[in-house]
Write a protein that binds this ligand. Structure first.
Ligand code: SF4
Ligand code: SF4
Length: 139
């Protein structure tokens, strides 16, 4: 029988290790932001939260997402994430996003774009981490 302790035994490296490549910070319109994200980032960069969406966002599916620079990178990318301490909850949860609980096939799709993810990681381990991450990450 497998205990929770066993679930935690595989090293993080065997499931996900960020390579700092920035591939997830480029491409159209994926980074949704919450109201709390807006407040945190606005405070961090010293802009009025009421102006934040207009200055730093565009919309996708009726929701604000971080805007992109001409080269396709996130507006806050400059060789590294320039708002790392307050980056959106969606970025903080990566790759342990809730949709994996609905369809684990998303892990392989995501892994094809993110070199830090182990495509063959055990669904059981990933699911456990998704649940843990989403219960511990403030929205
Ligand atoms: S694509 Fe994956 S490995 Fe690259 S920076 Fe993003 S999370 Fe890290
Ligand atoms: S906020 Fe930071 S981590 Fe998130 S997409 Fe933009 S540059 Fe990448």
């Amino acid at each position: 029988m497998t205990s929770d302790e066993d679930i935690e035994k595989p090293s993080e490296e065997s499931v996900f290790t960020c390579r700092q490549c920035g591939e997830c910070c480029i491409g159209y319109g994926g980074t949704y932001i919450t109201q709390k994200d807006i407040e945190r980032i606005s405070t961090h960069i010293g802009v009025d939260p009421n102006d934040f969406v207009e200055q730093f966002c565009c919309h996708s599916g009726g929701r604000p997402v971080l805007a992109q620079k001409d080269d396709g990178h996130c507006i806050f990318w400059d060789k590294v994430c320039t708002i790392h301490p307050v980056k959106p909850v969606m970025c903080r949860k990566w790759p342990y996003i809730e949709s994996l609980l609905v369809d684990f096939e998303n892990w392989k799709i995501m892994a094809s774009m993110c070199p830090g993810m182990n495509r063959e990681a055990s669904p059981r381990i990933v699911m456990a981490r998704v649940k843990k991450k989403n219960s511990s990450t403030e929205s």
